[in-house]
Design a protein around this ligand. Structure first.
Ligand code: LLP
Length: 445
């Protein structure tokens, strides 16, 4: 018999399911995984991750044909040496935004010419390292940074290929803290204010820079296309004005990431091929409108590749019923919390959760799944109906935690960070081990 609270399959990774009430992923049960690796643990369905990565690349290439640029995996969603190897093997490119992410990529021998460097405050040493290793593209975010890249490239006797990050003034439909391209943000050069045009001119005049094109990233968890359409139109307008002023025709558009996934049943996940086909039409139409050569299009999906691939396993430690005027609520405390999933408290993000180790026929009651941190806001799933007999030692699973879960994990309250276990064809292996107290104490002097 299947679990009554079985989670909608669209939220699970491709090889995850519930069998007789137990959560299975790539043929391994939640109980077996918890026993071998402990909890909390991130379990990544390797084939799911790989196929989403490849699908996105194929969608880009299928839609844009010979005008497709690179499909960069946005490493900030989740990066480890093993993940960088998968991305390299699959032929995708990689977006890094700090020297730390770059170090992971280099440890995986990721080809530097397939990397792109982001960030609104890249330090001189980060830029130096990027140029030295032969970074494919640096995305410039401010005039100070343009000067900095130019100067360092000069000192190294190199010429660096760059993109200019635009702020196209588009507010994608998403939570405010994860929108990045409306005007009042720290990122990029505003088109509306004229600073983007000034940056293009400056970049084209600085002798050690090779200006290739533009970049924008309009937000996160976006499931409609209007924001992209508008940003693309504005980018064409800008580049066509720049061509009139300077005689220079830029040929690369990097249109960023932000493609949505399903966390809960109500979410509308992006279908990569559908959105790429739509954007290919938009680009073709606008390039005709502006009589501007069709640019080469690159994308930077992070969440859409990593997010659905991973589920977090927790063990229940305490259950407490709280009596409220409106009824009662079960507080189910697990052995992780905001240190492995900050998204609920930071963005009011919604997750699905289910009992993962057995069938329960008990009635469902209003519940809240919380962590073990000393903070009331330490909530993983705020409002959910779960079986009333969930007890100490039960396992819970929250799917779709692969993006911005482990990568935003912290050591709050000195909780060691959770491991990442890759599962494939009935076999499990650690790709990031659990942090130890020795790791933590090793920092103290
Ligand atoms: N490209 C750039 C320049 C970005 O800034 C980002 C995300 C991406 C690509 C990838 O976006 P994705 O496809 O993963 O949505 N911590 C937040 C998300 C912050 C996103 C920051 N930039 C969250 O947990 O939702």
């Amino acid at each position: 018999m299947s679990q009554p609270e079985v989670i909608d399959p669209k939220i699970l990774s491709a090889n995850a399911s519930f069998q007789s009430g137990e959560f299975y992923i790539a043929g391994l049960s939640a109980s077996a995984l918890a026993e071998e690796f402990g909890t909390p643990a991130f379990i990544i369905d390797e084939d799911d991750f790989r196929s989403r990565a490849l699908n996105f690349k194929n969608a880009l290439e299928g839609a844009f044909g010979e005008r497709s640029g690179k499909c960069y995996y946005a490493g900030k969603a989740f990066l480890s040496i093993e993940i960088a190897r998968w991305i390299a093997e699959l032929g995708l490119s990689l977006d890094v935004c700090t020297e730390g992410e770059l170090a992971v990529a280099l440890a995986a021998q990721f080809p530097p010419d397939r990397m792109e460097f982001h960030g609104n405050n890249k330090s001189a040493s980060e830029i130096k390292r990027a140029i030295e290793i032969g970074m494919g593209r640096i995305v410039a975010d401010s005039e100070i940074e343009l000067q900095r890249i130019n100067q360092i490239a000069g000192e190294l006797g190199r010429k660096q290929e760059i993109l200019i990050r635009l702020t196209p003034g588009v507010e994608a439909h998403t939570h405010e803290y994860i929108s990045t391209a409306h005007e009042d943000v720290k990122f990029g050069f505003s088109i509306a204010s004229g600073s983007a045009m000034a940056a293009l001119k400056m970049a084209s005049e600085l002798g050690n820079l090779i200006l290739m094109g533009i970049h924008f990233h309009i937000g996160s968890q976006i499931s409609s296309t209007e924001g992209f359409d508008l940003a693309i139109r504005r980018a064409f307008q800008l580049l066509s004005d720049f061509r009139s002023d300077s005689g220079i025709t830029l040929t690369e558009f990097d249109i960023g990431g932000g493609y949505s996934i399903s966390y809960i049943e109500q979410d509308d996940p992006t279908n990569p091929r559908e959105i790429m086909d739509h954007l290919a039409k938009t680009v073709k139409k606008e390039s005709e409108n502006f009589q501007f050569p069709h640019p080469e299009i690159s994308v930077e999906p992070g969440r859409a590749i990593a997010g659905p691939s991973t589920a977090t396993l927790y063990e229940v430690g305490t259950v407490k019923e709280v009596i409220l005027e409106s009824g009662s609520r079960n507080y189910i405390s697990v052995d992780g919390g905001m240190s492995d999933n900050i998204r609920t408290s930071l963005y009011d993000a919604k997750y699905s959760v289910a009992l993962a180790n057995r069938i329960s026929k008990a009635p469902k009651i209003a519940s809240r799944v919380v962590g073990k941190h000393c903070e009331s806001g330490d909530i993983i799933v705020k409002d959910v109906d779960l079986p009333s007999d969930i007890a100490v030692g039960d396992l819970l699973v929250t799917p779709a935690t692969g993006a911005y879960g482990r990568s935003m994990a912290s050591n709050y309250n000195h909780l060691p960070r959770a491991p990442v276990v890759a599962v494939r064809d009935g076999k499990a292996r650690l790709i990031v081990r659990r942090e130890t107290f020795e790791d933590l104490l090793g920092l103290d002097l």
